[in-house]
Design a protein around this ligand. Structure first.
Ligand SMILES: [Zn+2]
Ligand SMILES: [Zn+2]
Length: 293
C-alpha cells in the first residue's frame, strides 16, 4: 500500500548541503520519489512510497533536532505520481522573491498571521460573520477549479507576483477586516501573511495545514467549493463525491475540474478542459492557429 506525504518546516539550517546528502541517502534507501526543497531557512517536501517506508522516513526526519515537531499530511497516491526523486537547494522554500523580508527562528517564521485550525476558522466566522474575508494564497489558475466561498483571488500567475499584487489599491478596503489566507498545505501562507501585514493588513490569519487539513475534516460539507489542484501527476483531488465542478472548459464552457497541458509542446499552457473536449488538448489559441493554418 502506497501513500503520499506533504510537509514543510521553517527553521534555521546551518548546513543545507549536509541536509541534502542525508535526505538523498534516506530517500534512496527507502525507495521514495518526489520533490524536496532545502533552504537555509527550512525544508519543504512531497514524497510518495510504501506506507511502511514513509513511516520510517517520518521517524528519521523528526529525529533531527531542527525538524522535531514537523507536521505531516498524508494523502492518497503513490511513488509513480512523481517522475523521479528531486532534491534541491534553493534560496527560498517558496519563491516569493522576498527573502530579505523573511525572518525565521527555531519556532518558525517570525511575524506571520495567526494560525487557525479548520474548526477555529468556523468559530471566527460564527463570531464575525460576513466581515471575514478568505484570501487565496495560490496562483489564480489553481483557484479556478476550487476555492473557499467568496474568496478574494489575486491575479497572480506565479508566487513571486504576490509582492506586487498586494500593493493593488483594490485591496485597501479589506485591510481592516479579518482576513484568512489559505493555500494547499499552508507553506505559502507562512510567507504571504508576513508580506500582507507589511502592506497594511491589520487582522491576518492563516489556515493551519491549508486546504488539505480543512478538506480532511470538513470534506465538501464546509466552506470549500470544488477540487484541489495539485502539482503532480494527480493534477487535482476531490474531498468527496459531492465535490462540485466550478471551472468552465476552455472549449465548450461546460463545468469541469479537469486540467491538461496544451498538446502543442512549445505552448504547453495549463488549461481547464472537460473530458469530452479532451481529444483536442490544444489551448484555444493553438487550436485557432491549427484551423487557420
Ligand atoms: Zn469541453
Ligand atoms: Zn497552446
Amino acid at each position: 500500500m502506497q501513500k503520499i506525504i506533504l510537509f514543510y518546516k521553517f527553521t534555521p539550517l546551518k548546513d543545507p548541503s549536509a541536509v541534502l546528502l542525508w535526505q538523498r541517502q534516506l530517500c534512496e534507501r527507502l525507495n521514495l520519489k518526489g520533490r524536496i526543497i532545502i533552504a537555509d531557512h527550512g525544508i519543504n517536501a512531497t514524497l510518495g512510497g510504501n506506507i511502511k517506508d514513509l513511516k520510517i522516513y517520518v521517524k528519521e526526519l523528526k529525529s533531527y533536532e531542527p525538524f522535531k515537531g514537523t507536521a505531516f499530511k498524508w494523502s492518497d497516491g503513490n511513488r509513480d505520481d512523481f517522475p523521479r526523486l528531486s532534491i534541491k537547494i534553493r534560496s527560498e522554500l517558496v519563491t516569493f522573491g522576498q527573502k530579505h523580508k523573511l525572518k525565521v527562528d527555531t519556532k518558525g517564521v517570525v511575524g506571520g498571521g495567526k494560525y487557525l485550525k479548520p474548526k477555529q476558522v468556523h468559530e471566527l466566522l460564527n463570531k464575525k460573520g460576513d466581515e471575514v474575508i478568505f484570501f487565496d494564497g495560490r496562483n489564480a489558475y489553481e483557484a479556478e477549479v476550487g476555492k473557499f466561498k467568496n474568496a478574494v483571488v489575486p491575479e497572480v500567475e506565479h508566487t513571486r507576483d504576490f509582492a506586487k499584487a498586494l500593493k493593488d489599491p483594490k485591496l485597501d478596503k479589506i485591510k481592516d477586516k479579518p482576513v484568512v489566507t489559505y493555500c494547499t498545505g499552508g507553506i505559502r501562507c507562512e510567507v504571504l501573511t508576513v508580506l500582507m501585514k507589511e502592506n497594511g493588513f491589520k487582522d491576518v490569519y492563516q489556515m493551519d495545514g491549508g486546504i488539505v487539513k480543512y478538506g480532511e475534516q470538513y470534506k465538501d460539507d464546509g466552506l470549500w467549493e470544488g477540487s484541489l489542484y495539485l502539482f503532480d501527476k494527480r493534477m487535482g483531488t476531490k474531498f468527496s463525491d459531492k465535490a462540485k465542478d466550478i471551472a468552465n472548459c476552455v472549449h465548450c464552457n461546460n463545468k469541469t475540474s479537469n486540467y491538461e497541458n496544451c498538446a502543442n509542446k512549445t505552448c504547453n499552457k495549463l488549461i481547464v478542459i472537460c473530458r469530452k473536449c479532451n481529444k483536442k488538448t490544444l489551448c484555444p489559441k493553438c487550436q485557432k492557429k491549427l484551423v487557420t493554418a
